[in-house]
Design a protein around this ligand. Structure first.
Ligand code: ATP
Ligand code: MG
Length: 413
């Protein structure tokens, strides 16, 4: 029997975990500088929440949601993304009483899609949301947070694409036009079966479909940005002006829409690296209506983004190896007597020293060899009535009356 994890899942081995931690630490540090506070939400929610939030006629809900019924008969689903849950938590706990509410997260997400490089069934997102403002300044702020974070992670060939998908009012004419454009393709059987069916319900989703036939019709399709009402157009112009003022380079992509239904006005995506899974490392946009979609009393203007950690690691200039140097021990405790070694190790570790010792039953000579290999600066020898401490770089040895004195010597370097 082969022992393997399910497809689309990965074990992060220690070196990879160090890279992931680096990515998360960079992100959380930027969030702190921008005034975003971390929030945790559950891995599963009532299934209906994502249907209402992400939208029923989307890939995520139609094809990718992991849903199940628990023993009580409740219909639950693993979260495919973070924004819907964070918005649910904001409403549930009244975080919208004091606005803006600026929140960030690092989470696992679950989508039952076809695994490929950079596309997993369990993956990690880091993201941030700003609630309470319709002002283009908040769009520009979250974009600049994502940009700063991705730059600090040394993502190669980082580019930002933006677009506006307008408001529900100005979208009506676009959707009618799009459906008219797509109909002949559907009639000729050139769209995938899912999209052919979507045409009447949600034609915009065809533009996000990954099937070859559907991708081919995209180029000539009407562009949502050409249908914006004056208010949405002005909002878009002001977002761009803010980005220019911050010297954040961007490309306008009139064809850009996103895979979730809840976006309005600003949408954006960041690309980077060599192009695994389209090279999209993150994306986001404005989602003023999400609150009402999931049962809130009113719209709550909001804008945010999510970045895929696995995609970032693929796109990092050094593949993450620069972030992944394992920490060397500061001291190696060498002793024949197990009890003496254990006492000394615990004393050093309690005092905050990264200390190693033998757990394999090695001889003193072998322990010394291990100490040298480990890159530790110090070897510590517990002896009757005290300790001896040796600088492994210089060979210099000195006595220490107790562990506290050894710690002082070690910490002095
Ligand atoms: P894509 O177009 O690549 O499928 P998406 O539009 O479905 O991405 P979002 O829902 O916007 O992605 O999620 C935000 C980010 O999360 C993506 O930009 C990507 O970096 C990451 N991501 C999404 N799906 C996956 C996945 N299956 N595996 C790994 N990362 C993912
Ligand atoms: Mg997707």
């Amino acid at each position: 029997m082969r022992i393997v994890a399910p497809p689309g899942t990965v074990d992060a081995l220690p070196e990879e975990v160090r890279t992931n931690r680096f990515v998360e630490a960079v992100f959380m540090d930027k969030c702190r500088l921008f005034g975003y506070s971390e929030i945790h939400t559950p891995v599963f929610e009532y299934g209906g929440l994502f249907e209402k939030g992400v939208g029923k006629v989307t890939d995520i809900i139609e094809k990718e949601l992991y849903s199940f019924t628990d023993k009580s008969g409740a219909r639950l689903a693993l979260r495919p993304e973070g924004t819907t849950s964070v918005t649910r938590a904001v409403l549930q706990h009244g975080l919208n009483r004091e606005l803006p509410a600026k929140l960030c997260y690092k989470i696992t997400c679950y989508r039952q899609e076809n695994p490929e490089e950079g596309r997993l069934r369990e993956f990690h997102q880091i993201g941030a949301e700003c609630y309470g403002s319709e002002d283009p300044r908040s769009d520009a702020e979250v974009i600049s947070l994502a940009f700063e974070a991705l730059r600090a992670m040394s993502v190669e060939n980082l580019t930002l694409n933006i677009n506006s998908v307008g408001c529900p009012r100005c979208r009506v004419s676009f959707e009618n036009e799009l459906a008219r454009y797509l109909l002949p393709f559907a009639n000729r059987g050139e769209l995938c079966p899912t999209c052919a069916e979507r045409l009447g319900k949600n034609p915009v989703r065809v533009l996000d479909c990954k099937e070859a036939g559907c991708r081919a019709v995209k180029a000539g399709a009407p562009k949502v940005v050409d249908y914006l009402c004056p208010d949405c157009l002005e909002h878009y112009e002001r977002v761009k002006a803010c980005l220019r003022a911050m010297n954040i380079p961007f490309d306008e992509k009139p064809g850009l829409i996103r895979g979730l239904d809840y976006y309005n006005r600003t949408v954006f995506e960041f690309k980077g690296g060599g192009g695994g899974a389209n090279g999209t490392v993150g994306g986001g946009g404005r989602f003023d209506a999400l609150s009402r979609r999931i049962g809130g009393e009113a719209d709550l203007p909001a804008v945010g983004f999510a970045i895929g950690e696995e995609r970032v690691v693929l796109a990092m200039s050094d593949g993450g190896s620069g972030a992944a140097a394992p920490e060397k021990p500061a001291a190696w405790v060498v002793a024949e007597d197990a009890g003496a070694a254990a006492g000394c190790l615990l004393a050093l570790r309690s005092a905050g020293v990264r200390a190693e010792g033998d757990v394999m039953g090695l001889s003193v000579e072998e322990q010394l060899a291990r100490a040298a290999e480990s890159g530790a600066r110090w070897a510590v020898f517990p002896e009757k009535g005290g300790l001896r401490i040796k600088n492994l770089a210089t060979g210099e040895e000195r006595p220490a009356s107790d562990a506290a004195e050894a710690v002082r010597i070690i910490n002095k370097g």
